[in-house]
Design a protein around this ligand. Sequence first.
Ligand code: MG
Length: 207
Amino acid sequence: MKIICIGRNYADHAKELQNPVPQQPLVFMKPSSALLVNHKPLYYPSFTKNLHYEVELVLKICRNGRHVQPEFAHKYYDQVALGIDFTARDLQDRCKAKGHPWEIAKAFDGSAALSEFISIDQVDLAAIPFSLHKNGTTVQAGNTKDLIFSFDFLISYLSQYFKLHQGDIIYTGTPAGVGAVAIGDRLEAFLELKNKEIRSMLQCEIR
Ligand code: MG
């Protein structure tokens, strides 16, 4: 399976890191070894001094497809989850400055925390509120209505380059409020369902 990630997909987040708002999706990938599931803790990697959280809405691909037209894209995903795109910001800044790829900053073991998936029938796909708490305080609050590139656009765009396989997942980008974690911090991600229930989807402790 592939883990495809979209960068800078909320204008307020692009701004906070002094990045331009992209004209086309910014795409990178993580290997399956990056997955961190079942609320497992993340052990603070020794190679970074500035580990950041980025909470993101995650889509799961439910059928294979290439060159998917935007009007059919909604048929290619049927579940959503929340994830944390953990980022070694210091390494990423160094890679960016040199024009190098990001993988050591973005694709390391445990860098893709992932909740359980729920059916898209349980959410208002056009406007899913979600948030991240750090030690009980809200640090990020976003809504998928603010996506620069919509789910359907992303599916169509990505499928021009990569054959989408059933089971692939897509991290769709983070809203503003990214920040650093320290050992001992507890992260918890929440998603609002269609029926207004706010569900705790993901817990992750930094050890
Ligand atoms: Mg991200």
